[in-house]
Design a protein around this ligand. Structure first.
Ligand code: UD1
Ligand code: CA
Length: 452
C-alpha cells in the first residue's frame, strides 16, 4: 500500500545573516520567494497540502501562502523540535516528506527518488561534497549501511573526514517520526534537538535507512546569506538558460539572461545579451530579441523582431512586427501583424492595426488604430485632461504629419490626413485634410541683429 505524501517544510529560521526584515524564506530567487520554489517542486508531486513550520515573520509567511497548513514554532530549538511541534498535524497514515524552506532549488525528480527509497521505511537525501564542513556527516558501517548522522560540531576528527553529508531532506512514516521525535534530547554541542538523531533510532528498530542523491549539487544548497542567495540565483538562471538551449533557442551568452517567471519559445528563436523576461512570456517561431530588452507578461508572434533596449509589458504582438530600438510598450498594447513601432515611442492601451507604423518619438495612449496608417514623428495622443482619460480613434490609411497633437476624444476617420504641426481637437472626416497650424508669413531681406 502506498501512503499519501505529507510535505513538511521547515521554515522557522530567522536567517540572521540575511540582514533582512523579511523572513528568510520570503527572500527571492528569480522574483519568487525561496519557499515558493520549494512549494512548486512539491506541487508537481501528488501530495496532501503542505505543512509549514514557521517562526520569525510567521504572519507574513501565512499571508503569502494561505493554502498551506501553518504550525508556529515560537522558539527555534532545533530541527527535531520543529518536527515535534508539527507532529500533531501529521496524518497518521502518511509518508512525511521533510524539506527546508531555504533550500529552494530542489527538483521534483529528486523528491520522487527520496520517496521511492523510503518505500522500505526511511529515505534520506545525501550528497558528497568536496568541502563538507558545517554539514551533518553520514556514518555508514563497513557494509555501507547507514548507521547515524553526526553533526559537524559533534564530530570526531575521523568523522570529519567523511564527505557524504545530510541534505536535511528525508521521508519517513508519520507514526515512526512522531515516536522518534518524542525521544530526542538536546545533549549535544549546540544544545539543540537534532532531527538527525532519529537515524540511529530507526537503525536500532531495524528500519533500514535508504539513501538517494540529487542530480545536481545546487539542488540541496541552502541560502544563509545574500552571497549564497546570489549564487543560487545564478545556478537557477544557468539551469533555465540550458533548458532553453536544449529546446533549440540560441542564446548569444547564456550567462547574460534572466528569466523571472516562465519563458516559452518556438523554433529558431535568438536572444541577444542582457535580456530580462518576467512573468509569462511566450515567443513564437523565428523571433529575434536584441540586447538589453526587458519583457514582461507578453506574447510575441512568429517572425517578430524586437530591437535593443526595448521595454515591453502586458503587450500582445502579432507576426512580423518590428519594435524598437528604445521602444516602451506598456500594458494593453496590441500590435497587429506587420505593424511597426520605432525608437522613443511609448504606447499604452493602444491597438495598432495591421501594417500601421509609429516610427519615431511618439506617445500613443487609449487609442484604437486601423490598418496601414502612418503616424509621423513626434505625434502625441493627448488622452488625459488632468482629470479623466479619453479615447482616440484612428481609422485605416490615415496619415498624421509630424509633431501633431490629437486631443482626445477625437476620431481621425479612414483616409484622412493631418498636416504636420496640427493640434486636432475635433473629428476629422473621411479622406479629408485637417490643418490647424498658423499660415507661414515672410519678411523679405530680414536683417538679423548684430552684436554691438
Ligand atoms: C541541518 C542538519 C544537518 C544538515 C544541514 C543541511 C540537523 C540537526 N542538522 O543543519 O545535518 O547537514 O541541515 O543544510 O538537522 N529550522 C526550523 N526550526 C528550528 C531549527 C531549524 O524550522 O528550530 C529550519 C530552518 O529554518 C532551516 C532548516 O530547518 O530551514 C535547517 O536548519 P539549520 O539551522 O540551517 O540546520 P543546520 O544546522 O544547518
Ligand atoms: Ca543550514
Amino acid at each position: 500500500m502506498t501512503l499519501p505524501i505529507q510535505p513538511l517544510i521547515l521554515a522557522a529560521g530567522k536567517g540572521t545573516r540575511m540582514n533582512s526584515s523579511l523572513p528568510k524564506v520570503l527572500l527571492e530567487i528569480a522574483k519568487k520567494p525561496m519557499l515558493g520554489h520549494v512549494l512548486d517542486a512539491v506541487k508537481r508531486l501528488d501530495t496532501l497540502p503542505s505543512i509549514l513550520v514557521t517562526g520569525f515573520g510567521s504572519e507574513e509567511v501565512k499571508k503569502r501562502y494561505p493554502d498551506c497548513i501553518h504550525v508556529e514554532q515560537t522558539e527555534q530549538l532545533g530541527t527535531g523540535h520543529a518536527v515535534q511541534i508539527a507532529s500533531d498535524a501529521l496524518p497518521q497514515d502518511s509518508l512525511v516528506l521533510i524539506l527546508y524552506g531555504d533550500v529552494p532549488l530542489i527538483r521534483t525528480e529528486t523528491l520522487t527518488a527520496v520517496i521511492e527509497v523510503a518505500a522500505e521505511g526511511f529515505g534520506l537525501l545525501t550528497v558528497r561534497l568536496d568541502d563538507p564542513s558545517g554539514y551533518g556527516r553520514i556514518v555508514r558501517d563497513s557494509s555501507g549501511t547507514v548507521q547515524s548522522i553526526v553533526e559537524h560540531k559533534d564530530a570526531s576528527a575521523e568523522i570529519l573526514k567523511i564527505h557524504e553529508v545530510n541534505t536535511g531532506i528525508l521521508a519517513a512514516k508519520a507514526t515512526d517520526l512522531g515516536r522518534w521525535v518524542n525521544q530526542l534530547s538536546n545533549e549535544n554541542a549546540q544544545g539543540e534537538y537534532y532531527l538527525t538523531d532519529i537515524i540511529e533510532m530507526a537503525v536500532s528498530e531495524g528500519i533500514p535507512v535508504a539513501t538517494a542523491q540529487p542530480q545536481q549539487e545546487f539542488e540541496v544548497m541552502g541560502a544563509n546569506d545574500r552571497i549564497q542567495l546570489a549564487e543560487l540565483e545564478r545556478n537557477y538562471q544557468r539551469q533555465q538558460a540550458e533548458n532553453l538551449m536544449e529546446a533549440g533557442v540560441t542564446l548569444l551568452d547564456p550567462s547574460r539572461l534572466d528569466i523571472r517567471g516562465v519563458l516559452e519559445a518556438g523554433d529558431n528563436v535568438c536572444i541577444d545579451v542582457n535580456c530580462i523576461f518576467e512573468g509569462d512570456v511566450a515567443l513564437g517561431n523565428n523571433v529575434r530579441i536584441e540586447a538589453n530588452c526587458v519583457i514582461r507578461d507578453t506574447k510575441i508572434g512568429d517572425g517578430s523582431y524586437i530591437k535593443a533596449f526595448s521595454h515591453i509589458e502586458k503587450t500582445s504582438i502579432g507576426k512580423d512586427v518590428e519594435v524598437g530600438p528604445y521602444a516602451r510598450l506598456r500594458e494593453g498594447t496590441e500590435l497587429a501583424d506587420n505593424s511597426k513601432i520605432g525608437n522613443f515611442v511609448e504606447t499604452k492601451k493602444a491597438s495598432i492595426g495591421k501594417g500601421s507604423k509609429v516610427n519615431h518619438l511618439s506617445y500613443i495612449g487609449d487609442t484604437e488604430m486601423g490598418e496601414d496608417t502612418n503616424i509621423g514623428a513626434g505625434t502625441i495622443t493627448c488622452n488625459y485632461d488632468g482629470a479623466n482619460k479619453h479615447k482616440t480613434k484612428i481609422g485605416d490609411r490615415v496619415f498624421v504629419g509630424s509633431n501633431s497633437a490629437i486631443v482626445a476624444p477625437a476620431e481621425l476617420k479612414d483616409g484622412s490626413t493631418i498636416g504636420a504641426g496640427s493640434t486636432v481637437t475635433k473629428d476629422v472626416e473621411k479622406d479629408s485634410l485637417a490643418l490647424t497650424r498658423a499660415k507661414q508669413s515672410q519678411i523679405p531681406d530680414w536683417k538679423r541683429p548684430e552684436k554691438k
